[in-house]
Design a protein around this ligand. Structure first.
Ligand SMILES: [Zn+2]
Ligand SMILES: [Zn+2]
Length: 773
């Protein structure tokens, strides 16, 4: 364990203290019984074990405080945090009713599986509740019983691996509870193959489509039946009306489990189970080893047909809305250059660009802006990172330069005519891994270069170069870079490597011919500058992102650093010979350059990633229609503005209200606390025949109603509330809702509306309010 610094500890303690304070205040307010609930419903979870318990208690409240939390923590000590064995064991013990009792054996097994599943998903997604629908005990052909587990669409939120583990957990409990293995019938196997095909073709593209051989093998070997709720309006094209399959409709949860979950994650599953599966008593999944071989063969066959090449993906701009900036087209040069890695403020689906890039894009990309991306995922959130490459821009006077700091960005921002390169986008390897995206080439960068240098150098020399090869990398001068390259036989430093691959052979010849006319200013030790006459070839320098000055609308000047590099790369003294050499080759530009240049040059460009701006307005407060202050119905009487003022003028409100009853005053009201005597009231339910009752169900007539449409004398209520608040005045505009939308139509307390209107606080779509200080 790493130790927390006192400063950090103070920070975290401060947060905890504030949460505590807020929770106490909220509970104190709730205890006044002005709201339907007497206390805050959300519990704080200190750790993962508590989150798991909290999540499962939604379905099985008896699990709370049953000892599950302590047991999980104990198991974690034995097996390690996040080890699947913790999930398997806790699932087994919950199913055995070691902690609390359940309605029946099936419920016990089901809650057991869900608990284990919640552990694997670290208690943060709802998949254990809504992705796993439930289990059935079904009969094998020989009459013995097996377990069928049903999945639904939300299983996708768990992630493929965790979802697959839920099936392993189910099987583990199956064995412990003494059920037999599932005996897949030939028509059920055909159904699986057909349903996956149909889902892939008619519903949505599968991320991973297993071959027939794979599905056939899996169906024969998975020891439980995987099933699912019908989710689509489409029936399977064949193998309908099977005895043991409840529906003919396509089941998305089922299709996901049998594609991007179990088959796709099989290698990952086997990596764990291969280690401890036998010893833990799950030999029933040893088939995975053979399955992976079958999968490899299937994949190899597919590869013969199509070679894996990265092609532009237009998905992120197909649904483009007018006015939304596109920062780069798919794979188009000049867009963000892929750079692998992460920093303290990037990570999972959060990527970084240079702060100078943010600035020169007129600051419309800020920390936290969402970008839709071409790859590896669909979208990302942007944070800044100043140790990656900044943008290369062309100024109005024709000068081209790379901007490496926010200060430079500010200095040149107004003069920028064109952004030639947006600079790097820092993406973590995990983002590729998680989306199962093939790793694609990145451009030459310091991380790569330093590995090559370290490999080629021995102790003393590598120590000397340490400042350049360890983070934060110091940038050598051009002269030093050339020297390092020559001495260590490594490629030229990335800072002096330009986008050579982006020009063609013809352009390269044009460039060299132009360089032939150069005036080179040299001293004994260095090249000072190269001055070039006016020529359209200047554009080529822009294409490869080589910084240069443009003077008097005539001369192109390469200053010291660039002049050194160009002079070292091309023997400018004998251009004719060089050109002849180029003309005689058929290779691509980068290869040609490496034939001419005495220093090895790598590809600077790598992969450009297309991006566009997401929908920033989505991050705004989610306002309700009418922007109300309180979730209290004002009915038609509220008028166009849904206001109490207009309802008060009418003197009444007609809307759906619940039944509360004050026993002291012997009077019906609409609040959980009597507005006359201040006593708590009792919620009632109405039977159309018997009248108000204490229960939700009438013993004779079934379901009672929780609310009814009635007309209330709003003036009376309003005046009592004002009295309660100890005021006579109230804001000019207090806005309610047309009608409440909760199931029992319980309104918020009216006093809240008056107070919120006073401070301009509104209720948002999720039922929260906020007050910014
Ligand atoms: Zn009363
Ligand atoms: Zn009744």
């Amino acid at each position: 364990m790493t130790e927390t610094s006192p400063k950090m500890k103070e920070y975290f303690d401060g947060i905890n203290k504030e949460i505590d304070k807020a929770l106490k205040t909220a509970n104190k307010a709730r205890s006044k019984q002005l709201d339907p609930e007497k206390k805050v419903e959300i519990n704080l979870a200190k750790n993962m074990a508590e989150r798991v318990e909290g999540l499962i208690s939604v379905l099985a409240p008896q699990i709370k405080g049953s000892g599950v939390v302590e047991r999980i923590m104990e198991l974690e000590k034995k097996y390690g945090t996040l080890d699947w064995r913790v999930a398997l064991k806790i699932a087994e013990e919950v199913a055995q009713e070691k902690f609390c009792k359940f309605k029946n054996k099936i419920e016990a097994i089901e809650i057991g599986i869900r608990t284990g599943f919640a552990y694997v998903t670290v208690g943060v997604v709802s998949s254990p509740l809504d992705g796993l629908v439930g289990i059935n005990i079904k009969k094998r052909k020989d009459g013995k019983e097996y377990i069928c587990v049903k999945y639904a669409g939300p299983i996708r939120n768990a992630g493929g691996t965790a979802a697959a583990v839920s099936a392993i957990i189910t099987d583990y409990i199956r064995q412990k509870q003494g059920y037999e293995k599932y005996d897949a019938q030939p028509e059920e196997i055909r159904r699986a193959i057909t349903e996956l095909q149909d889902y892939h073709e008619r519903v949505t593209n599968l991320q991973y489509k297993p071959s027939e051989a794979e599905i056939d093998f899996l169906m024969k070997n998975i020891p439980i039946e995987i099933s699912g709720d019908p989710s689509e309006q489409i029936e399977v094209s064949n193998y309908k009306d099977l005895e043991r399959v409840e529906t003919n409709f396509i089941r998305s949860g089922y299709c996901l489990m049998l594609s991007s979950c179990i088959p796709l994650k099989a290698p990952k599953l086997w990596k764990q189970l291969g280690k401890w599966g036998n010893e833990f008593g799950i030999k029933s999944w040893n088939f995975l080893e053979e399955f992976i071989e079958i999968q490899k063969k299937s994949k190899a066959k597919k590869k013969e047909i199509k070679t894996e090449k990265i092609s532009p993906d237009y998905t992120y701009i197909t649904d483009l809305v007018a006015g939304r900036p596109v920062l780069g087209y798919p794979l188009r040069e000049g867009g963000f250059r892929l750079r692998y890695g992460r920093n303290r403020i990037s990570g999972y689906s959060c990527q970084s660009i240079h702060p100078a890039t943010m600035h020169i894009l007129n600051k419309y990309i800020a920390t936290g802006t969402q970008l839709k991306t071409e790859r590896p995922g669909k979208a990302t959130t942007i944070t800044p990172c100043d140790t990656i490459e900044g943008p290369i821009v062309k100024l109005q006077n024709g000068t081209v330069l790379q901007i490496n700091s926010i200060e430079e960005a500010k200095k040149y921002n107004k003069e920028i005519q064109k952004i030639l390169f947006l600079g790097d986008i820092l993406i973590s390897y995990g983002d590729f891994y998680n989306r199962a995206h093939t790793l694609i080439p990145c451009g030459y960068c310091e991380e790569w270069w330093s590995q090559e240098v370290n490999q080629k150098t021995k102790e003393e020399q590598s120590k000397k170069l340490e400042q350049y090869t360890t983070k934060p990398y110091k940038k050598p001068t051009a002269q030093q870079a050339i020297q390092i390259a020559k001495q260590t036989q490594t490629p030229l430093h990335p800072a002096y490597t330009y986008h050579w691959k982006l020009i063609n052979k013809k352009q390269l010849i044009e460039l060299i011919q132009w360089l032939k006319q150069a005036k080179i200013y040299k001293t004994e030790t260095k090249t000072e500058k190269i001055v070039l006459p006016k020529n359209n070839a200047k554009e080529i320098l822009e294409l490869i992102g080589l910084p240069h000055k443009f003077i008097n609308n005539e001369y192109t000047i390469l200053e010291e650093q660039e002049a050194e590099i160009i002079n070292a790369m091309f023997k400018l003294t004998e251009p004719e010979e060089t050109i002849k050499k180029i003309e005689n080759t058929q290779e691509d530009t980068l290869k040609i350059i490496n034939q001419i240049s005495p220093i090895q040059i790598r590809d600077k460009s790598g992969t450009f990633i297309g991006t566009r701006m997401g929908r920033p307005e989505k991050a705004k407060q989610r306002k309700l229609t009418g922007n109300p202050h309180v979730l209290f119905p004002v009915g038609k009487e509220g008028g166009r503005l849904r206001s109490f003022q207009s309802a008060l003028e009418q003197g009444k409100i007609t809307a759906e209200f619940p039944f509360y009853y004050c026993e002291k005053c012997q009077k019906q009201t609409i609040f959980p606390k009597c507005e006359n005597c201040g006593e708590p009231t009792k919620q009632k339910w109405k039977c159309p025949k018997c009248g108000l009752q204490d229960e939700k169900k009438c013993t004779q007539h079934g379901q009672n109603k929780a609310s009814e449409q009635k007309t209330i004398p709003i003036k009376e209520y309003f005046e009592k509330i004002l009295k309660y608040l100890g005021t006579k005045t109230y804001p000019e505009l207090i806005k309610g809702v047309r009608g409440t939308s909760n199931k029992e139509h319980i309104p918020e307390h009216l006093a809240k509306g008056i107070l919120r209107a006073k401070y301009s606080i509104h209720v948002y779509k999720d039922g929260t309010t906020r007050y910014d200080m």
